[in-house]
Write a protein that binds this ligand. Structure first.
Ligand code: GLN
Ligand code: ZN
Length: 759
């Protein structure tokens, strides 16, 4: 399979890992953290668990044969917070001096005395980091305890590591200036802090570090590029080899900048952006090493060795084997731990999957060009390919037959609005909720018991019926205009649907860290998606039968299902999204046929699917919007389509939100006091909108006056006929007493305003 001369080349190749999942095979870290927070474990017990996990993870990377093994990739909560502790840039409001474990967690988690730091998504992943808060008073007293502690800990096990640091510019640019402060003002001090840290590593005998600068794959302003050059010119004076590490996309127009930083090595992601290999090879300086990220770090599919080998051959033939490293595309933090414990998964599908441990084996096999592994890989890839050709022809035909009109409602909104107003007979400022009602301990207990077979289907369904009936009665008593069934049967807004759909598989242990101790277990989309039977019809129709008021059916949208699953990589994402959309379209039509006049299709994840580069936005938004429209356009004019999105910056995608052409959209806006509406003032949102009037993230019951005030702000920007009245988001995390009081106040606010408007 490979010529002898090549085999000898490959003998010199080396492998690297960029980071390993921290939670542990059985999520040991999660349970240790939660035990500690609950006061059931001591600090020492928590630290011991953490240390045991690091040890296990280093050992298994060593045993796998990884050459460059990372340290400081571990974290008790978040690597960005760790980086802030390291450089001495934790927010002053949490106090000064060395960061104790107590203070560390106070910054990360809300407690009575203090609101924690803000959290947001790490680039386009589902991992959340704590957002740095930059202000003039930051001390930059470096604290290398953790960084050097891990180096020494590994060293004592006989393992020399390549420590991981978040690069200074990525750290700075990911943060926010407090009260309008310009973070760039901190650049000299921050650079000096990094210099001290690098020197401490040199003193420790470290030769190489991995310095993560994923900001280099985003659109950078000239000033940011200058800052990069300035900082790295300074860092160059420290005799340490830096592996400048980029991932999640192409370095693209920042390549020249990246090369000019003159680091000892550059890591690029050739899974997301294979085309950048050639240009990078052409641009590298004579001594620079290239780390080729060719095993996907953030999905679960096996690597196709036959498509990676030509890339590696090209790199090796240009640079020679000494200057090439083989690595995952990004840290394996975003992959589950290992496949061994997956005993329920179909063996065939399992054969196509690789979790973190199995990815290490792939990296090593590619590095050593292991013949047996190559053959096994070819067989597994071929098997997956065969399954692909036996995909669902019905779905393929339906997709191929789509016409323009399948993506469009029958009439434009103004016409639909007239029909709907007549059909629904709703008052001005109609009141409703976002879908879920409190998921009490009792609800969760019954659902779990039914799932594990401890409760019969009959008992469980009787319980659900009673709970839905109570929920309907309660909504009628409160005086809501549009009711919902309450979503009590749903464990999760994606998994619930995935379980009904063909083309999805589920793992037992495929957990990925979302933030802190929180992990998610995304379903796996492995094949063509279709809907063999209705998914929500039964409970929605039951709820409808209990009331004479309009009942809103609740669905999760195609982009949200796509975003919160592990998506197949053998067909374009767009195609999978449209397959899901077609399945939802069937559901929408079934609900309509059953007499459900209002259907809400939630798309909270629409924005997080945005590519990292603005130039790629239009293409994504076009197919994402079309997916939503495909799901919702099969209905008649009289059926009202709602959508819901949680708060994030919508301003920049407002035209696309309008293009969804939902009759009604509800959005989170209470926390920002309707700031969102400013954007709508500028853009002139054409359809109806329910700007959330109270924050559901806290048990606080807002007064009717407060909500009326917010609605008045909304009415400054929107016509009364456009405005709906609803909370910010679903109520599943709330308790019943506060929910009832808040909704009563909300309905009172709406009716007072109605009187005011018609007076
Ligand atoms: N309908 C969902 C609920 O109410 C919406 C959840 C969400 O926006 N994330 O729970
Ligand atoms: Zn929401």
């Amino acid at each position: 399979m490979v010529a002898d001369s090549k085999t000898s080349h490959f003998e010199k190749l080396r492998s690297a890992n960029l980071g390993f999942p921290r939670m542990g095979r059985q999520r040991e870290l999660k349970f240790a953290l939660e035990g500690y927070w609950a006061g059931k474990r001591t600090e020492q017990e928590l630290l011991d668990t953490a240390s045991a996990l690091r040890k296990e993870h280093w050992k298994l990377q060593q045993a796998a044969g990884i050459h460059f093994i990372p340290s400081n990739d571990f974290s008790l909560y978040d690597q960005v917070l760790d980086a802030l502790v390291l450089v001495g840039a934790t927010p002053e409001r949490f106090g000064n001096g060395p960061v104790t474990l107590e203070r560390y967690f106070a910054m990360a988690r809300n407690c009575r005395e203090q609101t924690a730091m803000e959290m947001t998504k790490w680039f386009d992943t589902n991992y959340h980091y704590l957002v740095p808060e930059w202000s003039a008073g930051i001390s930059f007293q470096i604290d290398t305890t953790k960084l050097l502690g891990e180096v020494r800990e590994a060293h004592s096990l006989g393992i020399e590591t390549r420590p991981v640091l978040i690069g200074p510019l990525t750290l700075l640019l990911l943060g926010k200036g407090v009260d309008g402060f310009d973070p760039m003002m901190l650049l000299p001090k921050l650079t000096a802090a990094y210099k001290r840290i690098l020197k401490a590593l040199v003193a420790e005998g470290i030769k190489w570090i991995q310095i993560d600068e994923p900001m280099l794959v985003t659109d950078l302003e000239a000033s940011a590029r200058d800052a990069y050059r300035q900082v790295y010119a300074e860092l160059k004076s420290v005799p340490l080899n830096l592996m400048l590490t980029t991932y999640f996309d192409s370095v693209g127009d920042n390549l020249q900048t990246a090369i000019e930083l003159d680091t000892a090595g550059l890591h690029i992601d050739v899974v997301r952006a294979p085309e950048q290999l050639r240009v990078t090879l052409g641009a590298l300086k004579p001594e620079q090493i290239l780390s080729v990220g060719c095993v996907e770090g953030r999905n679960i599919w096996l690597t196709d060795f036959s498509s990676v080998t030509p890339l590696l051959d090209e790199a090796v033939s240009q640079l020679g084997p000494d200057r090439v490293l083989i690595a995952p595309s990004c840290s394996l933090l975003h992959a589950p731990h290992d496949l061994r414990s997956e005993v329920k998964l179909s063996p065939r599908i399992k054969g196509w999957l690789r979790f973190a441990e199995e990815k290490l084996a792939e990296i090593v096999a590619l590095t050593s060009h292991d013949e047996a592994a190559y053959q096994a890989n070819a067989a597994a890839v071929a098997d997956r390919g065969v399954a692909e050709t036996t995909s669902n022809p019905k779905v393929r035909t339906a997709l191929a037959a789509l016409q323009d009109q399948d993506f469009r409602r029958r009439s434009p909104y103004p016409q639909r609005a007239l029909v709907q107003r007549k059909e629904l007979g709703l008052p001005l400022l109609p009141t409703t909720t976002i879908g879920s009602f409190p998921q009490t301990a009792e609800v969760r207990k019954h659902r779990a018991a039914a799932k594990h077979g401890h409760e019969t289907v009959e008992t469980y369904e009787a319980f659900l019926k009673e709970t839905i009936a109570q929920c309907i009665r309660e909504q009628e008593r409160i005086g809501l205009d549009v009711l919902v069934h309450g979503e009590f049967e749903r464990n999760d807004m994606v998994e619930y649907f995935a379980e009904f759909l063909d083309g999805f598989a589920f793992t037992e242990n495929g957990w990925v860290q979302s933030y802190g101790s929180r992990c998610v277990k995304p379903p796996v989309i492995y094949g063509d998606v279709s809907r063999p039977a209705p998914m929500t019809l039964k409970w929605t129709d039951y709820a409808r039968s209990l009331t004479s008021r309009p009942l809103k059916g609740m669905l999760t949208g195609p982009i949200t299902i796509l975003q919160w699953s592990f998506v197949r990589n053998d067909i374009p994402r767009r195609q999978t999204a449209w397959q899901i959309a077609l399945a939802l379209r069937d559901e929408v039509e079934d609900l309509e046929a059953a007499g459900i006049r209002i259907i809400q299709v939630d798309e909270p994840a629409l924005r997080e699917g945005l590519p990292l580069r603005c130039a790629d936005w239009p293409a994504y938004l076009e197919w994402a919007v079309k997916a939503f429209k495909l799901a919702t356009s099969g209905v008649g004019d009289e059926t009202q389509i709602h959508t819901h999105m949680c708060y994030c910056e919508f301003e920049d995608i407002l035209p696309s939100i309008a293009a969804l052409d939902a009759d009604v959209i509800s959005m989170e806006s209470a926390r920002s006091r309707m700031e969102l509406l400013e954007a709508f003032r500028a853009h002139k949102y054409p359809n109806e909108i329910g700007p959330g009037v109270y924050d559901i993230h806290s048990p606080r019951v807002p007064s009717a006056d407060e909500m009326r005030e917010l609605l008045t702000l909304a009415l400054d920007v929107l016509k009364p006929e456009q405005v709906w009245v609803n909370p910010d988001c679903g109520l599943k995390t709330r308790g019943w007493p506060e929910t009832v009081s808040a909704l009563e106040n909300m309905c009172r606010a709406a009716s007072e305003l109605r009187v005011q408007i018609s007076a």
